[in-house]
Design a protein around this ligand. Structure first.
Ligand SMILES: Cc1cc2nc3c(=O)[nH]c(=O)nc-3n(C[C@H](O)[C@H](O)[C@H](O)COP(=O)(O)OP(=O)(O)OC[C@H]3O[C@@H](n4cnc5c(N)ncnc54)[C@H](O)[C@@H]3O)c2cc1C
Length: 441
């Protein structure tokens, strides 16, 4: 198998790596690589920071190992290679009446990446995280040998591989439980929300399966926390809607595009696209679940310096006050982009290092400018003192010290990973930055 020297980045384009990359197409090639030069796997590089980077070392691009292995139309159990994307699974199976039970906000995430971050969707309060629907995983370890992991049979390794950021080895394939979908159309109710208290009440009261809030992170004062709430269900018996053509951002955008006055103006108009009384609309599944995927390379909108996403989850009791302080600080700083999301999370944490906990999650994108890292450090400190945690799939800045305080199962994770990969073959830039594996490695 050929290795190529390559430079690659996380989705935020702030963290970069150069090193060797291999892109095997066959399982035998993958195993041979892992035997000769065990290296961490990468999916579609949709994690924002340095999680899938390995500066100076090797990285195994899994995107050609993307075959469907088996599907049972009675039970909805799908087995597939790890490089298949969630979007491809939707394209193939939605017309047959099945979709993955949990889907992140991009269809470009691979099955392996979705497991490795135990991703959550807009239905976490109902269905839990992605890993809760993983039935088995074929994991190839540093020796090149594969093992089948299940929740009951190999609980330690299973719970350290789900949400384990690739530290136990390379996920070759997995079997997942899909859910039935009555059509390829979502019935969406959009409501305008005037402020944070109303937002949290509506999120708590919603009985919809899929709920997500867009929040105007530039608003301050009386408008703090205003936004749009989307509550959606899959519509039974709906006729398909025509696909819209994807667009692309061809080059890095100039800095003024996301300057504070333009973002404020954009947000004001965006809010008003929903009438005061709200409205019902229909959307294609993919447009609802993966709204940004229609704009290819949208990360170039932040220009060459790239961007950061801050995403935290806050427990129910501390969230209301903490969100007020966070949004006030973000609004005053004047650096937020239009991309800001508020969601409710429920029970359902399938891995030791899974991000989710019952509460609310706030995600805000910031262009990478002089004040951005200090602002995110402040938000990180607020998260920690509120008993919340930062989502590592989005992080490029967190300090190693915070990790253990936010992730209480870290010592167990480290013990299990140390046994699975004693020589640290699957270490990544993030794992080194956060001392994810502990001092022993
Ligand atoms: C627009 C957008 C919206 C998003 N919305 C959400 C959301 O709603 N919810 C959410 O939870 N996340 C969300 N994300 C984050 C994204 O879903 C995760 O970062 C996901 O893990 C990316 O998958 P990937 O295949 O690109 O993995 P990569 O980013 O390439 O890798 C992520 C991690 O998985 C490991 N990995 C990848 N493949 C394998 C494998 N085969 N075996 C072992 N380890 C592997 C890598 O080593 C790395 O640690 C979003 C990202 C974007 C860009």
């Amino acid at each position: 198998m050929r290795w190529n020297e390559a430079e690659y980045t996380g989705w935020g384009r702030v963290r970069r790596a150069s090193g060797r990359r291999a892109r095997p197409e066959k399982v035998t090639s993958l195993k041979a690589i892992l035997k000769d030069a065990p290296s961490p796997a990468i999916g579609n590089l949709r994690s924002y920071g340095d999680q899938a980077l390995n500066t100076g070392g090797g990285a195994i691009d899994m995107t050609r190992l993307d075959r469907l292995i088996a599907f049972d139309p009675e039970t909805g159990v799908l087995a597939a290679e790890a490089g298949i994307t969630i979007g491809e699974i939707v394209r193939v199976f939605a017309p047959r009446g099945w979709i993955p039970t949990v889907m992140p906000g991009t269809g470009f995430a691979t099955l392996g990446g979705a497991i490795a971050n135990d991703v959550h969707g807009k239905n976490h309060h109902v269905s839990g995280s992605f890993g809760s629907h993983v039935l088995s995983i074929e994991l190839v370890g540093a020796s090149g040998r594969s093992r089948k992991l299940t929740r009951g049979g190999t609980p330690d390794l299973f719970r350290s591989t789900v949400g384990g950021m690739g530290q136990t080895g390379v996920i070759l394939s997995a079997a997942i439980q899909m859910q039935r979908c009555a059509s390829e159309i979502m019935q969406v109710r959009e409501s305008r929300v005037e402020g944070l208290a109303e937002f949290l009440t509506l999120l708590d009261q919603s009985s919809a399966d899929h709920v997500v809030g867009w929040i105007d992170a530039t608003a301050t004062g009386a408008g703090l926390g205003r936004g749009i709430l989307e509550q959606a269900e899959i519509k039974a018996g709906a006729e398909p809607i025509g696909k819209r053509r994807p667009k692309s951002v061809p080059v890095n955008a100039p800095r003024f595009l996301l300057s504070p006055p333009i973002v404020r103006l954009f947000n004001r108009f965006y809010l008003r696209r929903v009438p005061v009384a709200g409205r019902h609309i229909e959307r294609r599944l993919e447009d609802f679940f993966f709204p940004l995927d229609r704009i290819h390379h949208w990360n170039r909108l932040y220009g060459k310096p790239g961007f950061h996403q801050f995403q935290c989850v806050l427990p129910e009791d501390t969230a209301p006050d903490t969100l007020v302080r966070m949004l006030t600080r973000i609004g005053d700083a004047g650096v937020a982009s239009p991309l800001a999301v508020l969601k409710r999370l429920g029970e359902g944490q399938a891995g030791l290092m899974s991000f989710t906990m019952p509460g609310y999650t706030l995600a805000v994108d910031f262009p990478n400018r002089a004040g951005t890292a200090p602002l995110i450090a402040e938000l990180e400190a607020m998260t920690e003192s509120a008993g919340g945690r930062i989502y590592l799939a989005k992080d490029a800045l967190m300090s190693a010290g915070s990790l253990g305080r936010m992730y209480p199962d870290l010592p167990d994770f480290q013990r299990i990973v140390q046994k699975a990969d004693p020589d640290g073959r699957f270490l990544t830039d993030m794992a080194r930055r956060l001392n994810l594996r502990g001092e022993t490695t």
